[in-house]
Write a protein that binds this ligand. Structure first.
Ligand code: URA
Length: 195
């Protein structure tokens, strides 16, 4: 893959104190965890677009009143949309529930993380791959490796903008001969995974 063609955007929730001071996303405690995650995943931070759903720091870091304010949310979405339009990401990684809400209108991050989906609110139609927020990783260290895996998957997906759904073949009520053919095919496969 031509490294110049990788275009990955990572979106968080809202700036904290250090982000406001430096006017840069992810430079505080969450940013330091993100740096470690990116380093472990082999991704260079400088190549990425980093941003947040909301541009300001919420009181007590609680953005739920803003999420309920349709007008304020729309304004925040429009601003982020414009920034993403300039960067033209091939894939967007919403980190945590708030970012997921921004791109999909809701859902639980633990249920959807690691899967490629299509954005419906901010940048509708864009390819997204949600994962946990670094702040969550700080509390659930066992999920560090999960986020690293998600970021690596996102990095592979960052080489092209379209969603390439896996090709699936479904065999319903196979005959005996079809089962034999299938077993033979499994024996010859380079890679076989079973769920
Ligand atoms: N810093 C950010 O820039 N975004 C977050 O979501 C958290 C911390």
């Amino acid at each position: 893959v031509d490294p110049g063609s990788q275009r990955l955007a990572i979106i968080g929730e809202a700036p904290g104190m250090e982000e406001l001071r430096d006017d840069k996303p992810f430079v505080g405690p969450s940013g330091r965890i993100l740096n470690g995650l990116l380093r472990t995943a082999g991704i260079e931070r400088d190549m990425l677009f980093l941003g947040n759903i909301f541009p300001a720091k919420a009181r007590d870091n609680d953005v739920t009143p803003w999420m309920k304010d349709a007008e304020l949310s729309e304004k925040a979405f429009a601003r982020l949309n414009a920034d993403l339009e300039k960067f033209q990401p091939h894939i967007i990684v919403p980190m945590g529930d708030t970012a997921l809400w921004g791109f999909l209108g809701g859902g639980s991050i633990s249920a959807v993380r690691g899967n490629v989906a299509e954005a419906t609110r901010i940048r509708p139609g864009a390819k997204i791959l949600p994962t946990f927020h670094p702040q969550y990783v700080q509390k659930q260290w066992k999920d560090y490796v999960v986020v690293v895996g998600d970021l690596q998957k996102a990095w592979r997906q960052a080489a092209f903008p379209e969603i390439r759904w896996p090709k699936r073949e479904l065999m319903v009520e196979p005959t005996f001969n079809e089962v034999l053919w299938w077993i033979d095919r499994c024996h010859k496969a380079d890679l076989l995974s079973v769920d």
